[in-house]
Each structure stands twice: as C-alpha cells, then as structure tokens.
Design a protein around this ligand. Structure first.
Ligand code: 2HA
Ligand code: ZN
Length: 273
C-alpha cells in the first residue's frame, strides 16, 4: 500500500494543490479536494492489507458504500502536500453501512479527512445522479471571486451573466451558469445540503465571502472550470478599477457564441429576439 504514493492520481493531486496554493487560493488550511477512485486504480494495492483506522461519519453516505476516495486531510495545508503527500492526503473507503470510513493509505500522522467531507459526499451523490462521469469535488478560496461576492449582487442570473461577459469563452466553459447559496457556517450539514440542491443543475456553487465549490469528471475539468470563473472575476475586478464597463459582449454576441460552439446557455438567461 505504501506504493500508492506513486500512482498518477496522487502525483496529479500533489501537482494541482501546489498550483492552487501558488495562485493564492488555499491560504493556511483553506480548501479541500475529494476524488472518487475507480476500483481498478486501488485494487492492485489492497491485497493483504492490514486493517486501517476507522473514522465515524456524522452523515449517512450509504449511496457511496464501499467507494474509494482520495481526499485532502483536515487541517492540512495545500502548501505542504507536494513535500509529504502521505501526511496530508488519504485514501479512504466508505463502509458498507455508510456510517464510517476506513483509512487505507496516507494520513500518516493521525489525521482524518477534510472537515468538509460530509459536504463533499452529499455533492458526489448528487452529481453522480445527473452525470455518470462525475468523480471529483474541489473547494478553494479563489480571491477575485470572493471579492465579487461583496461588490456584486448575489443573484445567480446576474452574477453568471456578468462572468459570461468578462471573457468570451466563459459561456462555453459553464453554459449552465453558477449557483449561489446564502452565507453558511463551513463544515455543517446545512452548507452540504444547500450546495447539493444547486448541484442538480450546476457544477459550481459560490459560497459568499468564503470561496467556490466545484464538481467534475477529473482534475483538469474541475480545475479548468474554477480557473475560468476566477479569471472572469479577476477581469471584472480590473474593469471596475479602470472605471467600469464602456462596451460589452452583448446577449446577442453570447447567443451567437453558443450557437458557434454548440452549447446551450441556461434557459432564460439571454435576452435575444
Ligand atoms: O478546509 O476551506 O471550508 C478548510 C476549508 C473549509
Ligand atoms: Zn473553505
């Protein structure tokens, strides 16, 4: 099992958390990632495995019974993962009854999974209902997006349209738009439930004055989604600092773009004849 550290999945997670830290999205222990591992990735490592530590879940994850997840640890810093993945990352398996998980690899110094694990599990369950390819949840503290949740109205349609209009290809990357929940205490069942409700229709949900919560089939897709939203928020910040919008990408332009790229914008968001 020690060799699990050499899998492409652990290497990829080390690389992306380092990139995210360098972008300033994961100060201190901010941010968390969980990634559902297909059985064939894990199977070669778990023969003759000693019993791992068992940790109780304060949420029933029965729908993910026996699933394997590679997750970041509670209180761990993204900045440190690349140097010592066994300390900050863990491979866990959800129990048959969904009430606990077993640590199969990692969390070498007694850590457990992220405090947002129940939120991640609720959202994995929701995304798998609408997307068979769903595998990954990524949460981080994207600077400009957080700033925008103070300065921009928190209306999903208005917020989405502002982002779509900040860079031409935004609409192509997240045609379904973004979800926004009210401010909620992190790590609670409430934040998990409210986010999962939004995840029926969208892959990204803003947590006002806190950060972003994204879902996707792999690291590239999920990171790319968050990176695109954060880029648009950064452009918005610069535009505001430069004195505001003088000309814009129109709804008509966005409609042409959607047609050109074969994507369907969220129903009712564009006003075109
Ligand atoms: O992992 O970011 O939202 C720490 C957090 C909680
Ligand atoms: Zn957070």
């Amino acid at each position: 099992m020690e060799k699990f550290v050499e899998t492409p999945q652990v290497k990829e997670l080390c690389k992306i958390t380092d990139v995210m830290y360098r972008k300033g999205w994961d100060e201190r222990n901010g941010g968390n990632i969980s990634w559902i591992m297909d059985e064939e990735v894990v199977k070669p490592f778990i023969q003759d495995m000693p019993e791992g530590r068992n940790v109780e879940l304060n949420f029933n994850a029965k729908e993910l019974a026996n699933s394997y997840l590679l997750v970041t640890g509670s209180g761990k810093y993204f900045r440190n993962i690349i140097e010592d993945p066994q300390d900050s990352l863990g491979l866990i398996q959800i129990s048959e009854d969904g009430r606990s998980y077993t640590i199969l690899w990692g969390f070498a110094n007694g850590a457990i999974a992220t405090s947002e694990l129940p939120t991640h599990l609720m959202n994995h369950i929701q995304r798998l209902k609408v997307d068979d390819n769903h595998r990954l949840i990524m949460h981080c503290h994207t600077t400009h997006t957080i700033a925008m949740t103070f300065s921009h109205m928190l209306d999903e349609k208005e917020f989405t349209k502002t982002l779509w209009k900040m860079c031409t290809e935004c609409l192509v990357v997240f045609p379904e738009g973004i979800g926004i929940i009210p401010w909620v205490v992190p790590g609670t069942e409430a934040i998990g439930k409210l986010t999962a409700e939004k995840m029926k229709d969208v892959r990204t949900v803003l947590w006002p004055h806190h950060g972003i919560f994204g879902a996707g089939s792999d690291i590239d897709e999920t990171f790319g989604l968050i990176e695109t939203i954060e880029k648009a928020a950064e452009v918005y910040t610069l535009v505001q600092a430069q004195g505001g919008v003088k000309q814009e990408i129109s709804d008509e332009n966005l409609s042409d773009l959607a047609e050109g790229f074969g994507v369907v914008p969220r129903d009712g968001y564009l006003e075109v004849d």
